[in-house]
Design a protein around this ligand. Sequence first.
Ligand code: AQP
Length: 349
Amino acid sequence: MSDASPLTPSLSDVEFPKRIFSGIQPSGGMTLGNYLGAIRNWVAMQAEFDCVYCVVDWHAITASFDAPESFRTATREMAASLIACGIDPEKHILFNQSQNPDHVELAWIFNCVARMGWLNRMTQFKEKAGKNRENASTGLFVYPNLMAADILAYKATHVPVGDDQRQHLELTRDIAQKFNHDFERTVFPIVEPLILGAATRVMSLRDGTKKMSKSDASDMSRINLRDDSDTIAAKIRKAKTDPEALPSEPEGLAGRPEAENLANIYAALRGVTLEEALREVGGKQFSEFKPILAETAIAIFAPIAESLNRMMADPAEIDRILAKGAQRARAVSNPVLAELREVIGFVHG
Ligand code: AQP
C-alpha cells in the first residue's frame, strides 16, 4: 500500500482549493427550517466559494420509496426551490445526486473504510430507525458513508452544516483520515464545518421541542416554501404558544420552547440577534406578535414562492438545468475516481 502513484502526491500538507459541497433531500418540499438553517447560507457562500449543491435523491430513498411521479416532482421542486432562493446554476454546480454514479462507487469504497463501531454511534440512525431498528433499511445505516462520498468525490474542503449533521461530518473526516493514513498519501482533504452566523434551529409550530421537518406528518407543523400568504398567516396564527407575553430578554424564554421558537424565527427572518428582536417585540401578547411575524415571513417567502411556481410550470427546463449540472459535476468527480482506482489498485482499461 505504500507504493506512491505518480498521480497522487504522498505529502501530508497538500493544499486543496476551497470548495463547498452541500445537499438537501427531496423528501418533501423545502421548509422554513431548511431555508433559515441551511439554504440562506448556501446562497451567501456563493460569493466566496466554488460551490457544488446537490438534491440528494439517493439519500431520500433510505427512508422509503415514494410513488415514482411524486418522487420526480419532489426532486424538480427541490431544485427549483434552490434556484428561487438564489442558488445560481450557471456560476455554481446544481444537480441531482442520482445523475452522478461516482457518488455510489465512492460510497462502496467508503463502506469498506468506515468501521461498524463508527456507524453504530450515529445518533441520527438511532433517531430515524426508532424502536424498529431491525426493520430500518441497510441504506439508512450506511447513509453517512454516502454523505462522505458526496463530499469527497469533489474533494470539497468546507461543508455548511446544521447542528444535526455535525456527527456525520465528523465521520467524513474520520473516513478521509483513515484512507489517507492507510494509503500513506493525502488523497482527501479533511473537511471543515462551516457555520455562518448564529446556528438557526427551527422547531415545529406544533411542538417547540421537535425539529421542523419536511416529512412531519402534520403540515401545520411547518411553513413550506410553496405555501401561499393566507396559508402562512393561518399556520402562524394557529402555532402553539403559551398565555404569557413575550419577554424583553432571552432569559425570559427559558422553559417556553414554543415562544422561544417563534422569537428565534422572527430574529432569523429579520437578520437580527434574539436580544435585538426581543428589545423590539418584548412585552407584546402573541395575538399582537403573530401578525407581525406572519407579515415578515410573507414578505420574504411570497416572491420566492412566485418564482418557484413559475419554474414548476416548465419541468423540462428544470431537467435541462439538472442534466447540465450533473455533466459539470461528473467532470470534477471523474478524475477523483480515476485517481482512487489507481491508488487502490483496481484494473481499468
Ligand atoms: N428545522 C431545521 N432547522 C434548521 N435547519 C434545518 N435543516 C433541516 N431542518 C432544519 C437543515 O436543512 C439541510 C437539509 O436537510 P436534509 O434535507 O438533509 O434533511 P433533514 O436535516 O433531515 O431535513 P428535514 O427537513 O428534517 O427532512 P426530513 O423530514 O426528510 O428528515 C440540513 O443542513 C439541515 O441541517
